[in-house]
Write a protein that binds this ligand. Sequence first.
Ligand code: ADP
Ligand code: MG
Length: 225
Amino acid sequence: MILQLEQICKEYIQGSMRVSVLKNITFFMEEGEYVAVMGPSGSGKTTLMNIIGCLDQATSGTYCLDGKDIKTCSEAQMADIRLRKIGFVFQNFNLLPRQNALENVELPLTYAKIPKKERRQRAEEALCRVGLKDRIRFLPSQLSGGQKQRVAIARALVNHPKLLLADEPTGALDSRSGEQVMELFQKLNEEGTSILMITHDADVSSRAKRRVLIRDGILRQEDME
Ligand code: ADP
Ligand code: MG
């Protein structure tokens, strides 16, 4: 089991108010699955992604990633898990503007202290895998939105993560580029990558093999709606 969330709650304190954003979320995901979390804006999707991505901790409940209980982890251990086990894809790509595609993809390998030669080779392979062999020296400003997102996906994959975690990956793309990203996700999943994709778009969510719905911080399986 790659993800085990049991009775996860997240509360924020706003002045004297306690705001409950995630309410008793229980969710399991096996390795190799492709799951979409679908819900409207403000339903708690990004809050949930931040917990699953070890960017934030739950207020209560149990979360295990790849068998490891995250509550017992220090900040440094969480950073290490993010680096080694999770590939992140964001709506707005989050590429470094002054680094070319290859350098952007190399970044997680630099953090992981992989030697330069191997870094270069693995980054090139990852860019080939997403169909950008002929764009490796391009700066983000010289790439289309869809190409930027594919660079971001190459960066997410380059460290061979256990889980690809995507928050609204097509949210900033036109429909054709969005379709290419969806086709790429499908290919990566067929090759064995576990994918958890967060979206407010029903068409996008229908591309996953399983869907769960979130509304007002409550998660449910699609067939229970
Ligand atoms: P989504 O990604 O589904 O649009 P979010 O997870 O970003 O939703 O937000 C869910 C709810 O949590 C919103 O009502 C938002 O205002 C609230 N929220 C998110 N982050 C914080 C925070 N740091 N402090 C207080 N409230 C927050
Ligand atoms: Mg969001």
